[in-house]
Design a protein around this ligand. Structure first.
Ligand code: PML
Ligand code: MG
Length: 258
């Protein structure tokens, strides 16, 4: 199996990234799809597209996805209130919650979005070595079978048009929550037109919140809340261990759909 990764930037600013785990025979098709994607992002045309194709040297970890829990909120104020409540219930101190929300609101890389994520301990310290790049979770995918299960479930809930965003975020969150030391993740998109995000945890699943920012807002990102991690091991596992989602755990609609 191969890891195929794409990242695109313009004037050194991150535009988009995506990746797959594929058999050799699929590399060309996947690369071409990733290039198309890099060239058609709403944030503009990149001046650099980086494609990496690499054999996997570590055995693949097969996992079942987190359950997808759909919540309904009217706007980003309600959405953030819900995210705060969920994170508190998960044991994240209020100070860390406020710090993480304000970082994502302002653009965590000195007023810009990060390519990767913030790691925050329960005292509110940021643990990423590179605070502009952040930690980039990598080498992950979903099987065709599990992707079909997810697609069908999303269709029933009227969300199939968001399949790509949801599936990629669910894969990533599932990997992040599978790594020892992660307690929860807070994420919302950095795409201006996409207002959704989530709070993910092993305890509660992937709780999707349709509004965590206003439409048009270009800032977003990810924060991983951690406790007692071995810094080096944690980062290596996030970046290097290949994870394949082989089963979709299902959707729970808590307050109707949005
Ligand atoms: C992104 O695409 O930048 C992150 C999307 C997070 C939310 C995905 C969803 O559940 O709709
Ligand atoms: Mg994005």
């Amino acid at each position: 199996m191969f890891s195929v990764r794409m990242r695109a930037e313009k004037n050194k600013k991150h535009i988009s990234g995506a990746e797959n785990l594929v058999e050799k025979t699929k590399i060309q098709t996947i690369v071409s799809g990733l290039v198309d994607r890099a060239l058609s992002h709403e944030k503009g045309e990149p001046d650099l597209i980086n494609i990496t194709v690499e054999t996997l040297k570590i055995p693949i970890k097969k996992v079942t996805s987190l359950p997808l829990i759909l919540m309904n909120v009217e706007n980003e104020t309600e959405g953030k209130k819900l995210a705060r409540k969920l994170l508190l219930e998960l044991g994240i101190p209020a100070l860390c919650i406020e710090k993480s929300i304000s970082l994502l609101e302002k653009g965590p890389a000195i007023g810009e979005n990060m390519r990767g994520a913030i790691i925050m301990d329960l005292k509110g310290n940021r643990l990423e070595t590179d605070k502009v790049r952040g930690i980039r979770v990598s080498r992950m995918d979903i099987t065709e079978e599990a992707a079909n299960e997810l697609f069908n479930a999303l269709s029933v809930s009227g969300l199939s048009s968001y399949f790509t965003n949801i599936s990629e975020a669910l894969i990533l969150a599932t990997k992040v929550e599978s790594v020892k030391g992660t307690i929860a993740e807070l994420c919302w998109s950095d795409d201006p037109s996409y207002t959704a995000g989530y709070v993910a945890s092993q305890k509660m699943g992937y709780i999707r919140i349709p509004h965590l920012k206003k439409k048009g807002d270009p800032f977003g990102g990810r924060v991983f809340f951690v406790n007692n991690i071995d810094h080096g091991k944690y980062i290596t596992e996030m970046e290097q261990t290949p994870v394949l989602v082989t089963k979709f755990r299902g959707i729970i609609e808590l307050f109707g759909k949005k």
